[in-house]
Ligand binder design. Structure first.
Ligand SMILES: Nc1ncnc2c1ncn2[C@@H]1O[C@H](COP(=O)(O)OP(=O)(O)OP(=O)(O)O)[C@@H](O)[C@H]1O
Length: 877
């Protein structure tokens, strides 16, 4: 709804989406929300002049061709470039209503304006006398603002809105914005008042939407001067020109979050029942939304307005001065100059081409607490300055003498300290050398080496710090870590659901300190804690689990994450609740696979040096409130080599069934080890089977061994999860199965890289969703190192999940059980600790006494195994 802007909102039954032009100087688009058709088809590689959104779709005006390009889903408008299109038509502006989109054409003849519309009841070419400066689309109508006399003209269906017959003919406007059943405009008058007309009120009553008393008629706009106004279905919002704060009026549906009147915004756009704006302060250029059913996590910083040819016209200033936000060097981001300063303030400097006008408090006429606070602090500052001057005039000889004395004493103290430290260091060196020769064992030196390997490089991309919580805070948040708050258990940690003091719902991971762990495990747990803390504080991606903070007090090590309301993929695929599994339909499964692949691709390709996760598995793929996947658990992650041809030599760690055989055998660790684990995950998603399932299957308990031959023989249907009806066309799932086969190849170098995997999966998803012609990657890449996402607040729903009992049998190979230090007999009966801290025996996975096909082909490819290695592989592959 409304006019073209740097931000656009789509709404409707298929979910809400926020899209914005990125502030990266490329004018490319980024979207966030729950309408998967919009999300997956976002054309991230195109540059746009501006955006507009309707019911289930978003359109942008392409920079190259000046034509509209739409994506998402609409029964009335053709997605892509809407048709019919006049050949070589170029547009100045586009605007979307509920089910249509219109474009204002560039014309040479300034006496006429051409507007082309596509969609519900509106597909036509319109010719108007006079020059239209801008157009704005409402639900089923459009309006144009004429530049010569500021008058407004509307056309379309006005049966319910009466927007055409109620047009205020005598009023002149400087801007207009259409909403659902009304139009609002800012008057050309000096005081920039807003005037709205239409019949939202009557419609609202008819559909009996409850509303907050005291608010109501959208026609009753406030008197405040405004610089921008937008219209939602039954409400309107504006930015006040003197302080850039938002004000909304009209019908506000009851459970709406309130208008953030305390923040300042640059740009706003309205959906049906919610509005979003681009923040001007605090987190500059980040979006924020309010109302009902708006997208929860919003994309990265977006442009606060449209880039227009520079210099800006009078009454505007260029926000983009040297910021490089606009793609073309000859364009600027022209924002309207703010109006008069608020009461109690005077104008410090006027609006120029470079900057907006500035206001300062007038301390002689204060009446508000903010003014008093500001003035009293500056008054006390000047008083303090004067006092200080007097003091120093009298005291300076004394002070200089005192400083001399202090310096003299300090020099003596430093000299003594240096001599003492020097003396102590000599002792340390001796004892360290002594200890090294006596005590240092191979494993501890390796661990230290690892730590050293991580730290110096990680410092290089230290960009963001996690918040430090006190134990008390987290104890209160989780109701004393009570049993009922537990949402999951891992090998070394319990995860609790908690609510922080500010209402944020979080997951608190608490390391289990248990006597049943081997003693060197405490060190290992703490190392995992620090690895996870270090890495997650530096990584940020829409599909990685966000770390909010940590607590390290005494023996307690706690990590605080965003709470994932829908648990883990493991719980969905293998939990006792079969409904959950059935609800995980093919599109959802493949979407989760694409999103997880995106997260891992980011770790491998965008983080530098690459991060190797080392523990990709279904229990580490978490699912948020909006059913988006997030890769979690970075406890085992390592910084990998920049070049995957020069692997790290690492002691194997990870989870059995997902572990790369090459990594096990040769201790070669590259990003391709994650690719192997991801291949296993894909097979798990397709088949609904666990990576290793010795409880249910005697034969084929190893998913790779079972599925790969079936896929290679072309019998894809045989591996598909029997709980779901196979799709009509197996093409997409076949593609995914083939990708999985490539991922689980024995040699790392024969496996595809994660970016190739992601692209292949995205294409498969497009085929599954019925748009096979999509050739480009279709997920937006919301990739930025070190920036915070907006965190979900208390709106996050609680989930009644409980950890699936079966999960305890997932077998994880701890890093201390490795070749060649552990004998095969020990390995055969190696013990593993389950989620409850109990020790469970790892059972023989099969193929004892005989070499499995997988092992045989591994041998063919990477040479024969030693007896020790053979025994271990027989257990696990
Ligand atoms: N942020 C979160 N929000 C909601 N649930 C979570 C969150 N983090 C973890 N969980 C739940 O807690 C479980 C245990 O997580 P954890 O990372 O400790 O172990 P794991 O990865 O399942 O196993 P392991 O430690 O053996 O690798 C997860 O499987 C998941 O169900």
């Amino acid at each position: 709804l409304g006019s073209m802007s740097s931000i656009a909102i789509s709404y409707g039954e298929k979910g809400s989406v926020f899209c914005g032009l990125k502030s990266d100087g490329l004018n490319s688009v980024t979207c966030y929300g729950s309408n998967s058709a919009i999300m997956y088809e976002t054309p991230t590689r195109f540059s746009f002049h501006g955006l507009t959104g309707g019911d289930g779709f978003v359109c942008g005006l392409l920079m190259d061709s000046n034509q509209p390009y739409c994506w998402g889903n609409s029964g009335y408008i053709q997605m892509g470039v809407p048709q019919p299109m006049i050949r070589e038509a170029q547009y100045l502006e586009i605007s979307a209503g509920d089910y249509h989109v219109c474009g204002l054409r560039k014309v040479r003849n300034r006496n006429v304006s051409l507007v082309d519309c596509w969609g519900y009841n509106m597909t036509a070419n319109y010719v108007f006398d006079g020059m239209i400066q801008s157009i704005s689309a409402g639900s089923v109508f459009n309006c144009g603002l004429f530049s010569n006399n500021g008058s407004v003209f509307c056309w379309g269906d006005e049966t319910s809105s009466k927007v055409i017959s109620l047009i205020p003919l005598k009023m002149k406007f400087r801007m207009i914005s259409a909403g659902g059943f009304h139009v609002c405009g800012i008057l050309e008058e000096v005081d920039s008042r807003t005037f709205c007309w239409g019949r939202s009120l009557n419609i609202e009553e008819q559909i009996s939407v409850t509303h907050v008393s005291g608010e109501g008629n959208v026609d009753l706009a406030p008197n405040d001067p405004m610089i921008s106004v937008v219209g939602g279905r039954f409400h309107a919002c504006g930015i006040k020109s003197y302080d850039h704060r938002v004000i909304c009026w009209g019908f506000i549906i009851k459970p709406s979050t309130s208008v953030p009147t305390e923040v300042k915004v640059y740009e706003i756009a309205a959906g049906d029942y919610f509005t979003c704006g681009v923040l001007a302060e605090k987190k500059p250029l980040r979006p924020v939304c309010w109302g009902v059913a708006f997208p929860m996590s919003l994309p990265l910083p977006v442009l606060p307005g449209l880039c227009k040819p520079s210099p800006c016209p009078s009454g505007f200033y260029d926000f983009d001065q040297q910021k490089g936000l606009c793609e073309s060097p000859n364009s600027g981001l022209c924002k309207p100059c703010s109006g008069d300063c608020p009461v109690e303030m005077y104008q410090k400097s006027g609006c120029t081409l470079e900057s907006d006008r500035m206001c300062e408090y007038n301390c002689s006429s204060c009446s508000s607490p903010e003014c008093f606070l500001h003035c009293s602090s500056s008054y006390s500052n000047t008083r303090t300055e004067k006092k200080n001057e007097k003091f120093w005039a009298l005291q300076w000889p004394v002070v200089i003498a005192e400083i001399g004395l202090v310096l003299f004493i300090s020099c003596i103290v430093i000299l003594i300290a240096v001599l003492y430290v020097h003396h102590r260091l000599r002792d340390c060196e001796c004892s360290a050398r002594f200890k090294k020769s006596k005590k240092l064992d191979a494993s501890s030196s390796l661990q230290d080496e690892n730590i050293n390997k991580i730290r110096p490089e990680m410092e290089e991309f230290k960009l963001r710090k996690a918040q430090r919580f006190t134990y008390k805070e987290l104890e209160t948040a989780t109701c004393g870590f009570k049993e009922e708050s537990i949402v999951g258990k891992g090998s070394f940690a319990c995860v609790f659901k908690g609510v922080l003091q500010d209402g944020t719902v979080v997951a608190v991971k608490r390391t289990i300190v248990s006597l049943s762990f081997p003693p060197n495990n405490t060190h290992k747990n703490f190392k995992e804690f620090h690895t996870e803390l270090d890495l997650l504080s530096r990584l940020n991606h829409a599909h990685l689990l966000n770390l909010l903070g940590y607590c390290e007090e005494g023996g307690e090590r706690l990590l605080v994450y965003e709470f994932m309301a829908n648990g883990s993929l493991y719980q969905h695929l293998h939990g006792t609740n079969h409904v959950l599994k059935q609800q995980l339909i093919w599109i959802r499964r493949v979407t989760i696979a694409v999103q997880a692949a995106r997260g891992i691709e980011y770790l491998h390709g965008y983080a530098c040096p690459p991060v190797i996760h080392r523990d990709i598995k279904s229990s580490n793929i978490l699912i948020d409130e909006e059913h988006n996947a997030r890769v979690a658990d970075f406890g085992l992650s390592l910084l990998g080599p920049v070049d995957s041809n020069s692997p790290l030599s690492e002691l194997p760690a990870g989870t059995l069934g997902y572990l790369d055989p090459e990594y096990y055998r040769l201790h070669y660790l590259t990003t391709k080890s994650d690719v192997y684990s991801f291949g296993v995950l894909l097979l798990e998603i397709l088949s609904g089977r666990k990576a290793i399932d010795m409880m249910q299957y005697e034969e084929g308990n190893n998913i790779v061994e079972w599925a790969v031959p079936l896929i290679r023989s072309g019998d894809i249907a045989a591996i598909l999860d029997p709980i779901l009806k196979p799709p009509h066309d197996l093409e997409a799932l076949k593609k995914i199965a083939n990708v999985a086969c490539k991922c689980v190849r024995m040699r790392g170098k024969d496996r595809p890289s994660m970016d190739k995997v992601t692209t292949a999966l995205e294409r498969a998803l497009a085929v599954l969703m019925g748009s096979p012609c999509i050739e480009q990657p279709i997920l937006p890449s919301e990739v930025v190192l070190g920036s915070n996402r907006l965190h979900k607040k208390s709106s996050q729903m609680s989930s009644n999940r409980s950890e699936n009992e079966d999960q305890r049998f997932e077998l994880r190979a701890p890093s201390w059980i490795t070749f060649p230090s552990v004998a095969s007999s020990q390995r055969r009966s190696m013990s593993e600790v389950d989620g409850d801290g109990k020790v469970i025996e790892v059972k023989n996975v099969g193929n004892v006494g005989g070499i499995s096909d997988v092992l045989r082909s591994l041998e063919e490819e990477i040479g024969p195994a030693s007896p020790c290695q053979r025994s271990f592989l027989e257990h696990n592959f």
